[in-house]
Design a protein around this ligand. Sequence first.
Ligand code: UDP
Ligand code: MG
Length: 323
Amino acid sequence: MHTEEIDLTVTAPVYNEEDTVEELVSRISAAVAPLGVHWELLLVLDGCTDGTRDRLLALRSRIAELRVIELSRNFGLQNAVQACLENSRGRAVLLLDGDLQDPPEMIPELYRLCRDGADVVYTRKKSRAVGPLKRLAFAGFYWVQGLLIPYAIPRQAGNFCCLSRRAVRILLSLPERNRYFPGLRAWIGLPSVCVDYDRDPRFAGAPKQNWFRLLSLAMDGIFYFTDLPLKVSLLLGVLSLVCAGGLTANVLIQKLVTHTAIPGWASTIIAISFFGGVQLVCLGILGLYVQRVFDEVRRRPWYVVDREWDSESPPGSRPSGQA
Ligand code: UDP
Ligand code: MG
């Protein structure tokens, strides 16, 4: 199929979802079939080590629209999403998670809004099927992000969205290594429509984004999009200098006017540890930016494709080029 012939690419990153993929493919097919469009279903396997690939390949005889791209190892969610976008061919691209937390039954509505002229149809989670601690952490993250970032990255908006080809082209033209997708999608600023939805629980298996990965995603979502923390740390530095000046003046006045030395050393220790702490926090913030600059200048590809299959490939595998 040529690019022009494909109206819609439905695509998802998939990492060890063997108990979900069959249901995922059948629910997506059932949702898209009534639209009567030419479409493809592109699943990017992000270094799966379980039976996900075999189960998917077994489906190819039934689902002619299925394309499977296997990355050479686990590159992480953001890079897998980049692979989904780069390898999509449709005039519209619908991105969803591969664990059925984003209901495929919403695809027709999102696609229709996109076809009617919105370049970006993103979704906002009215509710998410996670525990109170995670819900609190997400709320805290969106609060900090909203506070620090000068242009609006919509709160509670994840990857689930439908994009026009124009939006995909612009997103792919952004040169940075970091691919914090909801941030880049907001940054391009094209006409957008928001659809609210309730996020389902996972169909099967455990989340692949553990706390550590979520935290590093959250830091990308902040440090790549604002330099405000650097400015705040500079301000903190200046403030602590002013405080230090005040303390010195206080000591001098006590010595010269009242002729009493400050008794004890507690105040000194408190001052030293306070300023030491401020300096370390500022250095830490600087370090977070330096590490991101390092990532950018290295300019490694986001992912490496190992193999690719579509309905016409032989049952074995065919090698494919790198991204
Ligand atoms: N995923 C991926 N690579 C990873 C981690 C996750 O492709 O390194 C996929 C995963 O299979 C799922 C989607 O990305 O389809 C979202 O991941 P997960 O459900 O773990 O994230 P959460 O919903 O908890 O944010
Ligand atoms: Mg999930």
